[in-house]
Write a protein that binds this ligand. Sequence first.
Ligand code: NAD
Ligand code: DAU
Length: 344
Amino acid sequence: MKLLVTGGAGFIGSNFIRYMLSVHDDVEIVNVDTLTYAGNLENLIEVERDPSYTFVRGDITSEENVEGIFRQFSFDAVVNFAAESHVDRSIHMGVEAFVRTNILGVQYLLDASRAHGVGRFLQVSTDEVYGSLGDRGKFTEDSPIQPNNPYAASKAAADFMVRAARKTHGLDAVITRCSNNFGPFQFPEKLIPLMIANAREDKALPVYGDGCHVRDWIYVRDHCSAIDRVLRDAPTGSIYNIGGEHDVQNIEIVKTILKMLDKPESLIRFVEDRPGHDRRYAMDCSRLRSDLGWQPEHDFETAIAATVDWYVRHEAWLSNIRDGSYTGYYDDMYAKRLAEAEED
Ligand code: NAD
Ligand code: DAU
């Protein structure tokens, strides 16, 4: 199978490429990534000499780039990871890049997939498209689409473009909606790697609001195995929720990390909440389990311990990013939130 993976230099994409090349002999992968702040070829050192792997620097928001890539290679399938992926950036930095990559870029990929007769298009979407849950219940694939932040809205829009490409033009397209991933190679702006990095340096750990927001957490390798299963076996037009079915409050995650690193809880700072912060996510993945026989292989406790250990052992990877990642708004936002928390 000749596979186009977009956004493969990011967190989940790079884990997916390693996963696919390690479990399948019949897969060739072309990774197209424009290398934004979140794209890092260091994530792929392990596979860069693999003859079944090719990297092409390309931007999915350039119709010309996309067309050129589809003309050069003949793909059996496309898995689209490429995205602006951080909710806080979509709130504080402006949404243009989110709209361009997460919506327009997806449309260009859909158009090229159709024009070049690609066998299957898999859109990697998110549970964020469902918005927030109340005190009870879980998201199913039939839950209403009610995104609450600009990132989530852009991903929801893409889901609708994928749906339209299938209904209108008969493209073989499927969508996966996954919960919060954790594991190696995650950019340290996201909760788990940020907390590990700060705790290691005895810096404050910013917890938004009261810290009681609930997320479902899945080990990234389990997300990868689920995508593989959906890519190969799901009926056309299907949508699958993917999750670890391990719901936990943010504050508990932070305390777990501190305990593993033997650091004091006094490092925790409750800071101003994220605007529009969804209160609770929880995933019902029974469709994926019953239709395709998938189940996660990693329990949360073992996987979070392995993850903390990975970041401790890969200090150079982390400091390369931390030293080079000053983006103005982002560091200033944390500094402001922490200063306000200190004043209270
Ligand atoms: P990431 O930010 O780590 O990586 C995104 C990658 O996309 C980067 O390598 C970046 O360079 C690339 N990219 C961005 N714009 C591009 C463009 N215009 N053209 C080509 N490449 C571009 O993100 P991630 O956390 O690995 O998420 C990957 C996908 O999974 C995203 O679509 C995200 O919405 C989805 N998702 C993420 C999670 C999660 O917990 N991280 C959960 C569910 C779904
Ligand atoms: O649910 C899936 C989504 O998970 C993906 O679609 C996104 O691409 C991915 O970034 C992630 O979004 P979140 O906003 O949930 O991830 P983040 O790690 O930024 O935040 C997780 C929770 O932790 C959230 O409730 C906000 C909170 N948080 C986050 C940061 C970075 C804090 O309390 N403090 C922080 O410093």
